[in-house]
Write a protein that binds this ligand. Structure first.
Ligand code: UGA
Length: 430
């Protein structure tokens, strides 16, 4: 968001408590991989529109709007951890104490309903000595961008949700976005803070449900002779009421958002005395889904001890180096625990993987090198470079050509003709 705004000509000051991150970003090195980000950051830094600091006072004194974008991780019980939101609110509040004029604070982080009004607002009021709506304004404005297409999503939003604690800041924020997006300005929904907070959870929970729904159908298809879940997805996706997106079956959703947010919403709902069975089911389906690929490997290979298994793809999705809650982790851990030797490759997530698995697996420099001499290859991320692999390359390089397509990236009929091909939601036992 900071890079995109600076790239678009706004003066942006990034604040973080992590000095090493500040240094890296100031040198034009984003701390994670995201398409187009490095180039936008470098343009922004070159034009002197983006700077980073750990000094709240400097940032608040020299800006009109502050976006709180800190992480909201899960606690062990699935509920939300607001430590960073509280710290950021306090830092902003303390800096606001000496600032003259109206300053708008916007909560972009995903927080459970009531957080902005009952946690952020009192912290800023106490630490600044000012009243919300008088000395400063406060809005909830959830973020819907996806990793891997974050720049595109930021520049082309489907809608803007603004939950204002005061009327004035909602107007200022809407105006800010109108100037930013111009003719591309999407629909705006202005509501109260709790509703805006809940829209974000509802959005991610619905996406998670859609994926767990199609994965449930995929697991049924796996038991029906000749069935292929991609036909089912196409069939229902053409119904305008359902739509074709987020119906790609596979080894489940990962990442730092969908798994965490559905758990946080379940926990929040239970605290209010309502057990959200539908959400719980989506979560349970997703917890089990990665192991479907592992079970297929076991069914085909029998004993895994002494077998060499290639895992192509480690990131939770393509176009990122992020492995948080990646399905590949569960699959690799299961393979290791049954005595298989695992060799892995990912175009971007190798450094991340090395921190997680250390010496317990081996790492290959390319996909072909990864599958060489293996008894089984599991596709765990849908990187486009894997889609280019030909069945012949598996046959020529593997010890036993067995492909388990956890992301449904290959053409089943082409692959089945020349090698043993298994995919989630595909039954070729005819
Ligand atoms: C998700 C939401 O899509 C964003 O709108 C939201 O802003 C973001 O969380 C957030 O809360 O910050 P993200 O986690 O980056 O974005 O990635 P998604 O594109 O949603 O993918 C999540 C997982 O679902 C990936 O593991 C992906 O492989 C999987 N997936 C996605 C499927 O298995 N099937 C599909 O059809 C789509």
């Amino acid at each position: 968001m900071a890079s995109c705004l600076a790239y678009k000509g706004y003066m942006v000051i990034g604040v973080d408590v992590d000095v090493s991150k500040i240094k890296e970003i100031s040198f034009g090195r984003p701390p994670f991989y995201e398409p187009r980000l490095r180039e936008m950051l470098s343009v922004a830094l070159g034009r002197k529109l983006f700077s980073c600091t750990n000094n709240y006072q400097h940032a608040i004194d020299n800006s009109d709007i502050s976006f709180i974008t800190v992480g909201t991780p899960s606690k062990a019980d699935g509920s939300i951890d607001l430590t960073y939101v509280k710290e950021a609110s306090k830092g902003i509040g303390e800096a606001l104490r000496s600032k003259e004029g109206f300053h708008v604070v916007v909560v972009k982080s995903t927080v459970t309903p009531g957080t902005t009004k009952n946690v952020v607002k009192p912290i800023i009021e106490d630490s600044s000595g000012k009243r919300c709506g008088v000395g400063f304004g406060l809005c909830v404005n959830p973020e819907f961008l996806r990793e891997g297409s974050a720049v595109h999503d930021f520049l082309n939003p489907d809608r803007i949700i603004i939950g204002g604690c005061d009327g004035r800041s909602s107007v200022i924020l809407e105006d800010f976005y109108r100037k930013l997006y111009g003719r591309r300005m999407p629909k705006v929904i202005r509501t109260n803070p709790s509703a805006a907070e809940l829209v974000k959870y509802a959005n991610n929970a619905f996406l998670a449900m859609k994926i767990s729904f199609i994965n449930t159908l995929a697991n049924i298809c796996g038991k029906v002779e000749g069935a292929d879940v991609s036909i089912i997805a196409k069939g229902i996706g053409l119904d305008k009421r359902i739509g074709p997106l987020f119906l790609k079956a596979g080894i489940g959703y990962g990442g730092s958002c969908l798994p965490k947010d559905i758990k946080a919403l379940i926990s929040f709902s239970k605290q209010l005395g309502y057990k959200p069975k539908l959400l719980e089911a989506a979560d349970v389906v997703n917890e089990e889904q990665p192991l479907k690929a592992f079970s297929m490997a076991k069914e085909e290979l029998g004993e895994l001890k002494g077998k060499r298994v290639a895992v192509l793809g480690l990131a939770f999705k393509a176009e990122t180096d992020d492995m948080r809650e990646a399905p590949s982790i569960k699959i690799i851990n299961a393979l290791i625990s049954e005595g298989a030797s695992v060799v892995a490759y990912d175009p971007k997530a190798m450094d991340t993987a090395k921190k997680i698995f250390k010496e317990s697996i081996s790492y290959a420099p390319t996909s072909l090198n990864c599958i060489k001499g293996c008894d089984c290859c599991i596709i765990a991320t849908d990187w486009s470079e894997f889609k280019k692999l030909k069945p012949k390359e598996f046959v020529e390089n593997m010890r036993t050509p067995l492909v388990i397509d956890g992301r449904r990236i290959f053409n089943p009929s082409k692959f089945s003709k020349v090698l043993k091909y298994r995919a989630i939601g595909y039954n070729n036992l005819q």
